[in-house]
Design a protein around this ligand. Structure first.
Ligand SMILES: *[C@@H]1O[C@H](CO)[C@@H](O)[C@H](O)[C@H]1NC(C)=O
Ligand SMILES: *[C@@H]1O[C@H](CO)[C@@H](O)[C@H](O)[C@H]1NC(C)=O
Ligand SMILES: *[C@@H]1O[C@H](CO)[C@@H](O)[C@H](O)[C@H]1NC(C)=O
Ligand SMILES: *[C@@H]1O[C@H](CO)[C@@H](O)[C@H](O)[C@H]1NC(C)=O
Ligand SMILES: *[C@@H]1O[C@H](CO)[C@@H](O)[C@H](O)[C@H]1NC(C)=O
Ligand SMILES: *[C@@H]1O[C@H](CO)[C@@H](O)[C@H](O)[C@H]1NC(C)=O
Length: 933
């Protein structure tokens, strides 16, 4: 009571004595002591701190960085954002004794337990700071429940508690939190986890009924959904609205655009919005910043969409499905425009001329559309400030003409993406630029890679899919380089990396060291190269051991060359992804993987490797392993870690049983075809492969693996770009073909409901096709050919509507071919070699389909066991089928020619994510980097 009284006196007197704003900022001694006490409580990194570190006793404390006082010298504002503060703030901290504090900003710090990296709760003491009008605790490292004390700070005008760790629980919930904050004008809760389903649905009503005068609302990635109630449209003062990453598919955009005419910022990226962009968008005449990227918008843009939006600075419509051409005047009048992102749509026609009358433009990204015609680089002369230009992946012919950036007086370009632009010559003007990123992939540029391409700031260089034959010497690979792709060119010679010198050389100059015919990659000792792609060239010789010294390397792709020799042991374990497939590499795979091995992807397919799978591979959290088409002689690699997603052992000399004690719950792809595995199928624990089963809700798992990785792994197999481990979560396949498996097909196969492909062909399986196969609703391809399977073909196979490839030939099936819709679409080839089968599509009529075939009851169940057991080399039993079967079983090359192998299918799946997506994502990544700067 007493203190309130004195406060009143203080407020009255101070407003009496200091009516003007000329505060004298006289530091009160006790405030200074308190500030120093607070600083001493905090743990902060003095190298990174810019404010706290400069507080010192000699100066006037009200002038310290980040401190503001009121007229009488009381601290009213503490701006300590981005000060590298770690550890916590206790409830008894001196912070809470700054009684008159109005503004507190602790954003972007590290308030967490530094030893375990779990966040600390926001201190409840915050409730003592009753005069707070501005509170910013965004991304401060705190986490857990947002304390109810915040809801008592009724003077708050601006509240920012955005951050990944924050939770607004059922109690106190969002409504309780904001209910009494009637002064609030700005509310930012990005990335906060709101746990109440009711509130995630009714957030619009909660906000609008309690905070009708909001000017800024930011609720990105809060897992909210629509539709929005009428009351939401009463938020007439709203000028900033950010709702990215929520499900707003049920929100009527027309309402949004017509009811908020004062919006200056509108971001609705990744909101599952669809349909066309309504023309009412053109009413938002105050708009400065708009982001509608990564939605499902379709249709063309109204031709006068931007006519009255002359204040626009930032426009992002990337990654939608927008179509149509843009009139030449489309961007006329947007004289403030700095950033325009249209990448990843289907816009067509010419690039509108009006773009080249916007001299302020900084970033122009039109990549991955269907723009066509000729683009004269001379246009760039009217865009002197441009730092980012993306034209990749259109149907443009870029005409370099006599464009020469030096003559146009200095260019700012940092990012230049001209992939698939029909270039046949290295554009000369690049010589005068100081680029960070250059993408000239997928053009027809031949000859040498000019030495001036290696600019001092270059981070990302992609010259893949061209016709380059050699590199002009001398050249200096800059230490800034992180990504280099020279995939699919005609580079020849031995791959050579210089042995790094003891000294910390920035560059290694190989000018006087030109060993003819060697592709020298002088990667600097202090190099940051992370991704190195040299696939599909003509590189020979052995893999240089000096590669092991490139300590930052995470992805190495040398596939599709003519490299020989063995794998240097030091190479293993440092990588995230290693692709040496399609070379002539021989010897054993070194058993040198160490604890903590980071390898997740290894492809050694198609070499001449011998020996065994190294036991030490168990140290790696391997997800993908392909050692197909080698001469490995081993048993099934049971030691691989449970992280395994895909395993390809195709065409080696593997033998023994397919039985492990370990479980691979993530396994989706298994190809052990064309080996000497044996054993009864019934001994394989199919039911432990739970990833091959649909989740209990029956819904397909959407998405892909890989989102947990910070960067994309793009690899090349057989000349096609493949992204891994972006394995579709719902794609599963098993290929056990061409081995010596025998016995019955277990019923449990029917539980592998995510299976897309199943191949058991060329074994010695007997018994019937289990009726449980009817549950394999996603099955697209089923091959059981060349076995000893018998009985009728179950009617249930007719219900597999996705089945597009079926091969049951050369078995002992009997009876009528089922009449199911899908099964009737297959040709006679699918059924031939089964003398007991009849009905369409075979030419044999069924006499009486109701009579069960001999040996089976009316349910198609076998009455007795088939007596024989498989004998591997018993050619004798194939009498009825003839020599073709013998050929198929025992002549490997013939077999490979006629039967598709899983690895090809798998590759197709990945190739489906075509170049376009790959480039779009790379461009987006580059853009983000630029944006962050
Ligand atoms: C402080 O930050 C610098 C720069 O990031 C870092 O090198 C240093 O190790 C940090 N110091 C402490 C004590 O964390
Ligand atoms: C809001 O204010 C009312 C009246 O002052 C009070 O009774 C109530 O407890 C407050 N609610 C919250 C959530 O603080
Ligand atoms: C909102 O603003 C209006 C008009 O300025 C005012 O009458 C009303 O009290 C305000 N509402 C709240 C909850 O602050
Ligand atoms: C908004 O735009 C539509 C169509 O573009 C127009 O018919 C309507 O009058 C505009 N509304 C306002 C309030 O300006
Ligand atoms: C632009 O604004 C003018 C004046 O308010 C109006 O007449 C015109 O219809 C608007 N154009 C569009 C395309 O909205
Ligand atoms: C460009 O695309 C437009 C629209 O798709 C088409 O009409 C036109 O013929 C194309 N022009 C060229 C040169 O291909």
């Amino acid at each position: 009571m007493l203190s309130n009284f004195w406060l009143l006196i203080y407020v009255l007197t101070s407003s009496f004595f200091f009516t003007s704003h000329s505060y004298n900022n006289k530091c009160l001694r006790h405030q200074e002591i308190l500030l120093l006490q607070f600083r001493d409580e905090l743990i902060f990194n003095s190298t990174l701190s810019t404010k706290l570190v400069r507080w010192n006793e000699s100066g006037e404390c009200c002038l310290w960085h980040g401190v503001e006082c009121d007229a009488s010298g009381y601290v009213v504002s503490l701006q300590l954002d981005d000060e590298a503060i770690s550890g916590g703030i206790g409830d008894s901290s001196s912070l809470f004794r700054f009684k008159y504090l109005q503004k507190l900003n602790l954003a972007y710090n590290f308030f967490y337990h530094t030893d375990v990296y779990t966040g600390l709760a926001i201190p409840k003491g915050i409730g003592n700071l009753i005069y707070l009008t501005h509170l910013n605790l965004s991304y401060a490292g705190f986490d857990g429940q947002v304390p109810s004390e915040i809801s008592t700070l009724t003077r708050l005008a601006s509240l920012d508690i955005s951050g990944y760790g924050y939770i607004i629980p059922e109690k106190p919930n969002l409504e309780m939190l904001v209910k009494n904050l009637t002064e609030l004008r700005e509310l930012y809760l990005d990335d906060v986890r709101i746990t109440s389903l009711h509130e995630r649905k009714n957030w619009g009503h909660i906000i609008s009924s309690h905070l009708p005068n909001l000017t800024s609302l930011s609720l990105s990635y809060c897992n909210l959904f629509g539709p929005l109630p009428k009351s939401f449209w009463q938020l007439h003062s709203l000028s900033i609205l950010r709702l990215d990453g929520n499900d707003l598919s049920a929100v009527a955009l027309d309402d949004l655009f017509t009811n908020f005419p004062s919006l200056t910022t509108l971001t609705l990226s990744d909101c599952k919005l669809n349909g066309s962009i309504p023309s009412t968008f053109g009413n938002l005449t105050k708009l400065i910043h708009v982001d509608l990227s990564s939605n499902h918008f379709t249709g063309s843009l109204p031709s006068t969409l931007f006519a009255n939006l002359t204040k626009l600075i930032h426009v992002d419509l990337a990654m939608n499905s927008l179509t149509g051409s843009l009139s030449s005047t489309f961007f006329e009048g947007l004289s403030n425009l700095l950033h325009l992102y249209l990448l990843g749509n289907s816009f067509s026609g010419n690039i509108p001329r009006s773009l080249f009358a916007l001299p302020s433009l900084l970033e122009l990204v039109l990549s991955n559309n269907q723009f066509n015609g000729t683009f004269q680089l001379n246009h760039l002369q009217s865009l002197p400030n441009l730092t980012v230009l993306g034209l990749s992946g259109n149907s443009l012919s870029v005409d370099v003409g006599n464009f020469n950036s030096s003559s146009s007086g200095g260019f700012q370009l940092k990012v230049l993406d001209l992939a698939s632009c029909n270039l046949s010559k290295f554009p000369d003007f690049i010589k005068y630029l100081d680029l960070e990123r250059l993408d000239l992939s997928n053009n027809h540029i031949g000859g040498e890679i000019p030495s001036w391409v290696w600019g001092a700031q270059l981070e990302h260089l992609d010259l893949s899919f061209n016709l380059f034959t050699h590199m002009q010497k001398p050249y200096l690979i800059p230490a800034s380089l992180r990504f280099l792709s020279l995939d699919s060119n005609q580079l020849k010679g031995k791959l050579q990396l210089p042995i790094p010198l003891e000294s910390q050389l920035q560059y290694i100059d190989i000018a006087n060291n030109s060993l003819s015919g060697e592709l020298q990659l002088p990667i600097p000792f202090m190099s940051n190269v992370e991704d190195l792609f040299l696939a599909d060239n003509n590189l020979s010789g052995s893999i240089p051991t000096s590669l092991c010294n490139a300590t930052h390397l995470r992805v190495l792709d040398l596939s599709g060359n003519i490299l020989s020799g063995s794998i240097p042991p030091c190479l293993l374990g440092n990588f995230f992804a290693l692709d040496l497939s399609r070379n002539n590499i021989s010897g054993d795979i070194p058993d040198d993987f160490s604890m903590g091995c980071t390898l997740q992807y290894i492809n050694l397919n198609n070499n001449s490797l011998e020996g065994k799978i190294p036991r030490s591979l168990s140290s790696c959290l391997l997800m993908y392993m392909n050692v197909g088409n080698n001469m490995l002689n081993d048993t099934f690699p049971c030691m691989l870690a449970p992280s395994l997603l895909a395993l390809v052992l195709h065409s080696n000399r593997f033998h023994g049983y397919l039985r492990c004690h370990i479980n691979w719950p993530n396994l989706q792809i298994l190809d052990v075809s064309s080996n000497n595995f044996s054993g009864s199928l019934e001994s394989i624990n199919f039911s432990s492969w739970t990833a091959m089963m649909l989740p209990s809700d029956g819904k397909l798992r959407g998405g892909t693996y890989g989102s947990m990785y910070s960067s994309i792994v793009t690899l090349t197999m057989k000349g096609q770009v493949v992204e891994l481990p972006y394995i579709r979560l719902d794609f599963c396949t098993i290929d056990l073909s061409s081995n010596n498996f025998y016995g019955k097909i277990p019923n449990a196969i029917g539980d592998l409901t995510s299976l897309h492909q199943l191949n058991f062909s060329h074994n010695s399986l007997n018994g019937i096709i289990p009726k449980s196969f009817g549950q394999l609703k996603n099955l697209e391809s089923l091959d059981l050919s060349v076995n000893q399977l018998a009985g009728p073909i179950p009617e249930e196979l007719g219900g597999l509507t996705f089945l597009s490839k079926l091969n049951l030939s050369y078995n002992k099936f009997v009876g009528a071919i089922p009449k199911g819709r899908q099964i009737q679409t297959f040709s006679a080839d699918s059924f031939q070699g089964n003398p007991g089968l009849c009905g369409f599509p075979l030419d044999i009529n069924c006499i009486n389909t109701n009579v069960p075939p001999p040996g089976f009851d009316e349910n198609g169940e076998e009455k007795r066991e088939i007596e024989w057991e498989y004998v591997c080399a018993a050619v004798g039993y194939v009498v009825g089928v003839g020599s073709i079967v013998w050929l198929l079983l025992f002549c490997r090359s013939f077999r490979e020619k006629y039967f598709g192998k899983i690895e090809e299918v798998v590759e197709d799946m990945f190739i489906a994510r075509d170049m376009r997506r790959r480039r779009a994502r790379r461009a987006a990544a580059a853009m983000n980097r630029v944006r962050r700067q």
